[in-house]
Design a protein around this ligand. Structure first.
Ligand SMILES: Cc1cc2nc3c(=O)[nH]c(=O)nc-3n(C[C@H](O)[C@H](O)[C@H](O)COP(=O)(O)OP(=O)(O)OC[C@H]3O[C@@H](n4cnc5c(N)ncnc54)[C@H](O)[C@@H]3O)c2cc1C
Length: 259
């Protein structure tokens, strides 16, 4: 299939840890439709700082995916960063290329064919219990689902576990605290910090260390009734399932995306 693209202009940047993690909002042309569900991802062509050439990369939506503005969260890869390094230096106004599809003259944003974390139709997830588990930028697809569910009125029960190395690397922390305040019956936010200096932790009212199954079973008594959605680096699911086996936890459903 030929690569067709449309300009995706950075219209807003939210730096969490400057040079390390940021959210970007991209504006697509008005004639490009976004037909996607939370959990989907899109493709961008952008310059690689290490390779010095144009590269194609995939990004999950962190926003409720809709036209004309889409959002994602990108962190600089820990090893051999390339496009993710360039991403930290883009300025507002930078134009990237988004892959699109064209059918019968109608343009739409190309959606990554693998849809591992795609949120089911609304009548499926209403009244179910979820555990969203995101390590680092692995929270990105979960954010999209949370924002979508919040907009819909959220007849659902979600526990959102995130893990960040340091306080400054927390992603949309204030918004998630507010969502918890707005929907106390439906949403619990459990962020973990793995490498923060104890001195700076005095004002931290959440958790430290890794979000292990052992730690989670203490915080979430009904953990084995929850549909587990995992997003993180390679091996995240295997580790989590190995630990869950030790505690004889069988989740009713597990879906994963690893990158
Ligand atoms: C479905 C999906 C959704 C994604 N969503 C996001 C998102 O929301 N946010 C985000 O930040 N990233 C996301 N990614 C990852 C993203 O596409 C990029 O891979 C990431 O930003 C790093 O890009 P890079 O060009 O700097 O490094 P890359 O060249 O993509 O490399 C990434 C890492 O993999 C290692 N690596 C590369 N090639 C190999 C190889 N052949 N063998 C072993 N290791 C290798 C590198 O050392 C580096 O540490 C997603 C990926 C997928 C598949």
């Amino acid at each position: 299939m030929p690569f067709i693209s449309a300009p995706a202009k950075i219209v807003e940047i939210i730096d969490f840890a400057p040079g390390e993690i940021r959210a970007v909002r991209l504006k697509l042309p008005d004639d490009v439709e976004v037909k996607a569900r939370p959990g989907n991802a899109f493709w961008l062509k952008l310059f690689g700082k290490a390779s010095g050439r144009l590269e194609m990369r995939t990004y999950s939506f962190s926003s409720n995916p809709r036209s004309p503005i889409i959002e994602t969260v990108v962190s600089k890869a820990a090893e051999n960063p390339n496009t993710s390094w360039a991403f930290q230096e883009f300025l507002s106004g930078t134009e990237l290329e988004a892959r699109i599809s064209e059918q019968n003259g109608k343009k739409s944003l190309f959606i990554n064919p693998r849809k591992d974390l795609e949120l089911e139709p609304d009548d499926w997830w209403q009244d179910k219990k979820f555990l969203f588990y995101g390590l680092g930028t692995g929270v990105t697809p979960h954010l999209s689902a949370i924002r979508y569910m919040a907009e819909k009125g959220m007849n659902v029960n979600v526990i959102y576990v995130s893990s960040s190395k340091l306080m400054r690397r927390l992603i949309f922390h204030d918004e998630l605290e507010n969502t918890q305040k707005r929907f106390p019956q439906n949403f619990r936010y459990l962020p973990f910090l793995t490498r923060e200096n104890p001195e700076t932790l005095k004002e931290w009212k959440y958790f430290t260390g890794r979000p292990t199954v052992e730690a989670l079973t203490k915080l979430i008594p009904d953990i084995s009734e929850r549909h587990l959605r995992i997003c993180g680096g390679k091996g995240t699911r295997k580790n989590l399932e190995k630990e869950a086996n030790k505690f004889k936890i069988n989740f009713p459903g597990v879906k994963t995306e690893e990158w």
